[in-house]
Design a protein around this ligand. Structure first.
Ligand code: FES
Length: 105
């Protein structure tokens, strides 16, 4: 199925090391702005018991779930050992001139 590029936010809407929640087609998505300026997007639902990852603390490229501290790599959605699981990730594109953030969904 073809993906659609959707304008979802601007980098200036997200504090450095912060996150923003968005909802597209009944899916809750968390956008994260990392310390190096990169923006990554994952489904906003921990695979353990559904914690909101947007409320978690980001460390490097990993977010710590706020409920039971599972660690999830924001680049590929994989849960870090010793835990196991995966969340959906979304392709992010940032327009360097305007700061507009686009997601492929
Ligand atoms: S719900 Fe995320 S670690 Fe338990």
């Amino acid at each position: 199925m073809n993906k659609t590029k959707v304008l979802v936010a601007n980098v200036n809407d997200i504090d450095p090391l912060g996150a923003r929640k968005i909802r597209i087609k009944d899916t809750d998505i968390a956008l994260f702005r990392l310390s190096d300026g990169e923006v990554l997007a994952v489904e906003n639902k921990c695979p353990h018991k559904g914690g909101q990852l947007s409320e978690g603390m980001v460390c490097g490229k990993v977010v710590h779930c706020p409920l039971h501290d599972w660690r999830i790599d924001l680049r590929n959605g994989e849960v870090q050992k010793p835990d196991d699981g995966c969340v959906n990730t979304f392709e992010v594109e940032v327009d360097p001139a305007s700061g507009s953030i686009y997601l492929s969904v």
